[in-house]
Design a protein around this ligand. Structure first.
Ligand SMILES: [Zn+2]
Ligand SMILES: [Zn+2]
Length: 306
């Protein structure tokens, strides 16, 4: 059954929560890249193929799963032979803060990649800018140390485990190593266990055995991800613990944007999976991205690559 593209998905009582849906859906090498190209105007199969180093079969499967999950809407624009195009929906359009945060993180933390990334211009003020994370309740800038995360009524590790939205996966699904889009982000987030591990690290988990037992992940997957994260400098290992580096903690804004998106579109009847509180004001933390040049809140339509 295809997900309606307009309203949120109502989850069943006791089922996988918004975090699990987020990890399963966005923790994939290709999903964010296909959505990014759709937001930049690609609609037809051939356009995605031109813009991404993706095989026909992988692109076909991602377009199907994204349509099933309500991130794209398939529209037939020609019959005999039938040709379809894939349009963004409110659900995928609202991923722009995630993509913007990824863009900023790559630009700031992956120096050899930064020169190939375009800058960002804020149309409202005309300046080249960087997005800043702000608390929607009090209007103050916020970082990972200012925000406390705790489980909400539908939150727990077992309910947050990723469910893959792509049913069949194969070696061919892996991103080509020469693909040079958001290389480090994809190595961190583009894998559901990697993404889950990052969430756990951000809430303070640091031991291999905890990652394995709490997340219930295959030990090989945890070991793989830990070695990639330490090689990338997202985690540092010492005293048998893996702790986030400054670079790793900077992924907080990506995570908050993804979480906010997930909790908007996947609603558990018990209530939210994660509740964020801003230490400074003591109120619920709703992330708002603002322009560091003019301090106005950003909207997806006002951000242009330059
Ligand atoms: Zn606040
Ligand atoms: Zn601005």
């Amino acid at each position: 059954m295809e997900q309606s593209s307009s309203g949120p998905t109502e989850l069943a009582v006791g089922d996988t929560n918004a975090v699990g849906r987020m990890l399963g859906l966005l923790g994939d090498e290709w999903t964010l890249l296909v959505v990014q190209q759709a937001l930049l105007g690609a609609t037809r199969f051939a356009e995605f193929k031109t813009r991404l180093p993706i095989s026909n079969s992988v692109l076909t499967r991602r377009l199907q799963s994204l349509t099933r999950e309500g991130l794209l809407e398939r529209r037939v624009y020609q019959t005999n032979p039938t040709r379809s195009e894939y349009l963004v929906t409110p659900r995928s359009r609202s991923l722009w803060p995630v993509l913007l945060s990824i863009w900023e993180w790559e630009r700031h933390w992956v120096p050899d990649h930064a020169e190939r990334l375009p800058g960002m211009r804020h149309d409202a003020c005309g300046a080249d800018f960087a997005p800043l994370l702000m608390c929607g309740s009090c209007g103050e800038a916020a970082g990972d140390k200012d925000v406390v995360a705790r489980w909400g009524p539908s939150g727990s590790w077992p309910r947050s485990m990723p469910v893959a939205s792509t049913r069949r996966r194969s070696e061919a699904d892996q991103l080509d190593a020469s693909a040079d889009l958001f290389p480090q982000t994809m190595s961190v987030l583009g894998n559901r266990w990697g993404f889950a591990l990052l969430v756990a690290a951000i809430v303070g988990m640091s031991r291999f055995t905890d990652f394995q037992s709490q997340l219930g992940a295959p030990p090989g997957s945890i070991a793989d991800r830990l070695s990639i994260f330490t090689a990338n400098g997202v985690l540092a290992a010492s005293d048998n613990r893996y702790r986030l580096t400054e670079k790793g903690r900077a992924l907080f804004s990506v995570l908050v944007a993804a979480l906010q998106w997930a909790q908007r579109w996947f609603r558990a009847p018990e209530g939210p999976a994660v509740i964020l509180t801003h230490r400074v004001c003591g109120k619920r933390f709703g992330a708002v991205l603002v322009c560091d040049q003019c301090a106005e809140p950003l909207t997806g339509a006002q951000v242009a690559a330059v």
